[in-house]
Design a protein around this ligand. Structure first.
Ligand code: SF4
Length: 174
């Protein structure tokens, strides 16, 4: 895998994981996109991520997360949570044409928290699965059901893309 280990990809500090993602994209991005199975998976992932984004926007989650993030005590998207990202997931964002640059570097909030909420299209599994009490209490039950459904489909698609990429990288670099 271009001499990279699973440890490098998943357990380095965030800036290093981002560097690995950018390097992998530069080296293998076009080859990965030519892989038919992966490109179909990425297409499906993009549709599901957009559907998830629409669901979250419909529930005003982006405004709520940004409002919480701007309070002195911060919100859920803390700097600690940025560690939930990994190089393959950041690479998937790059393959989807999503900007993955740091939105802030304030020793407080997650690097990827922008003014409109999370800037990543493909988010860490933990972030996708987590909903704070504020969201849970304010949402209608049908909204929560729709959110859960969208989350499940997206997680599955992300996992599928991740496995295909790891397989492709391993085979290519042998
Ligand atoms: S990756 Fe996105 S959702 Fe997760 S903590 Fe950072 S800004 Fe929040």
């Amino acid at each position: 895998m271009n001499n990279l280990t699973i440890n490098d990809l998943y357990f380095s500090d965030v800036a290093t994981k981002l560097d690995h993602a950018r390097n992998l994209n530069a080296l293998y991005g076009s080859g990965l996109k030519k892989n038919k199975k992966l490109s179909a998976q990425l297409e499906q992932l993009q549709e599901l991520a957009m559907a998830m984004r629409a669901q979250m926007a419909g529930m005003a989650m982006f405004q709520r997360c940004s409002q919480c993030g701007s309070r002195p005590e911060g919100g859920c998207c803390s700097l600690y949570m940025a560690n939930e990202t990994d190089a393959i997931q950041l690479l998937i964002n790059l393959l989807l044409g999503q900007d993955v640059s740091f939105q802030r570097d304030d020793d407080f909030e997650c690097y990827f928290l922008g003014e409109q909420g999370c800037s990543l299209l493909c988010k860490p599994f933990f972030c996708l699965n987590y909903n704070c009490l504020e969201i849970l209490e304010r949402a209608e039950s049908h909204e929560l059901r729709a959110l859960e459904k969208a989350t499940g489909a997206l997680l599955q698609a992300q996992y599928g893309a991740e496995m295909l990429i790891l397989e492709w990288l391993k085979v290519t670099s042998q």
